[in-house]
Design a binder for this molecule. Structure first.
Ligand SMILES: [Zn+2]
Length: 415
């Protein structure tokens, strides 16, 4: 049951607050610049599966016309309001000076020591809130729009290296220096200066051109082999830890290293650091999409579990085992079962795609006319044959149950 338990199993939080949506903007931001957050969210939104994409559009207020990135800086704009002051520590993590490491239990707290009040805790918390989205439609205690916006923003922040910085210099905020000719500080260099200089020097100040370049790098370029490892995440608690660790390590090696208060940073610093900034924006966006896709994938199963199995996974498994004892069922089969049932959708396109993909990978692959197939082929292909028979049967039952079944939702448990 790893799929159901792992990624999401370890979520528990000391802080979940009741929120209301208020969308007004005020200036003054201390995090990835507007440009950085916008690109992170645009990357994520382009990678959403249909279900997550639909859910996100429904959660957004109408006036942004489905554009998540339009509100990804919102958490920076409201963090000093009285009502939202509690969110202020959620944008960063202070780690011990020069330790170049992050430990959740040691570092994730606010200045009063309240646990989970840091950007890593915030990502977990708002992921958890989104997971409750449809788990009982009456459960509207948390404002899901705000949860979405906070999560989207904090996925950007946790990837900004200097947001996991040293305590004494406030993540580089108190290291004053010059960026080329004007006054700045080390934190701001990473939040915004590098992005703005890149835009001015290479992209005619057009963010969409820069975004295209970043996208090219992960679809068909320097990072395209790394994307699947970026998306790997079985346990959200462990994932936020490793993302924060990546940040503090970049902060140490490329942010702080050799930089002194009062000096001027220019071309050398810019050229060597820009690739890291762009990569972190890409990683933030790709991983945000990964979370949102999983939230709305999981959501189907939760709904089915809540509706038909009293939220007890073991009941669901027993139900399946009782009826299909001659095939070893795996979790993907259960997922198939629910995906098809929950939405009353006959996903024939998906079923045909599954077939051609198995045909390519396991049918045709390496087979030539005239040759002999024996044990090897048999042993490795047999499970697919059995699985496809089971899937066919289960889906046929689902269709017949929907056609003839008494249940309004068209779902009949196989008891
Ligand atoms: Zn922020």
């Amino acid at each position: 049951m790893h799929r159901l338990g792992g990624f999401w199993g370890s979520l528990s939080f000391g802080f979940i607050l009741f929120l209301n949506a208020v969308f007004i903007t005020i200036p003054g931001a201390l995090s990835w610049s507007k440009e950085g957050h916008t690109m992170t969210c645009q990357i994520a939104q382009a990678l959403l599966e249909p279900q997550a994409s639909e859910a996100v559009s429904q959660l957004l207020p109408e006036y942004v016309e489905g554009d998540l990135s339009a509100l990804c800086v919102w958490p920076d704009q409201i963090r000093h309001w009285y009502k939202y002051r509690w969110t202020s520590p959620l944008h960063f993590i202070d780690t011990p000076d020069d330790s170049c490491s992050f430990t959740y239990s040691r570092d994730c707290h606010d200045q009063h020591g309240v646990k989970d009040m840091c950007v890593a805790g915030a990502v977990k918390n708002f992921t958890s809130q989104l997971l409750h989205y449809r788990e009982g439609t009456a459960d509207r205690r948390y404002n899901m729009t705000e949860a979405l916006l906070f999560l989207s923003h904090f996925m950007g922040d946790i990837h900004q290296p200097m947001h996991v910085g040293f305590t004494t210099d406030e993540g580089g905020n108190s290291i004053d220096l010059r960026w080329f000719r004007h006054k700045s500080n080390l934190h701001h260099v990473w939040d915004r200066e590098i992005i703005l200089t890149a835009l001015a020097d290479y992209y005619d100040k057009d963010v969409s051109l820069l975004l295209k370049d970043i996208e090219r790098n992960y679809t068909d370029g320097t990072w395209s082999d790394d994307v699947s490892s970026w998306q790997q995440c079985n346990d959200i608690s462990e994932c936020v830890n490793s993302w924060a660790k990546e940040s503090i390590q970049i902060a140490c090696k490329w942010g702080y290293n050799g930089v002194k208060s009062g000096e001027t940073l220019a071309d050398d610093y810019f050229n060597s650091r820009m690739p890291y900034v762009m990569k972190r924006i890409a990683q933030g966006g790709i991983r945000l999409a990964m979370i949102l896709n999983q939230v709305w994938d999981r959501e189907i199963i939760l709904t089915a579990l809540a509706d038909y199995y009293d939220k007890d996974v073991s009941l669901l498994l027993k139900d399946i085992e009782r009826n299909y004892t001659d095939v070893r069922f795996n979790i993907s089969l259960i997922l198939t079962f629910y995906t098809t049932n929950s939405f009353l959708r006959l996903n024939t396109t998906l079923w045909a795609k599954e077939s051609i993909q198995i045909a390519c990978k396991w049918g045709y692959n390496g087979v030539k006319s005239g040759e002999t197939l024996a044990d090897d082929y048999f042993n490795s292909r047999m499970p697919y044959v059995m699985k496809r028979i089971a899937q066919g049967g289960i889906r046929l039952a689902m269709i017949l149950n929907q056609v003839f079944g008494g249940s309004e939702e068209g779902f009949a448990t196989a008891t």
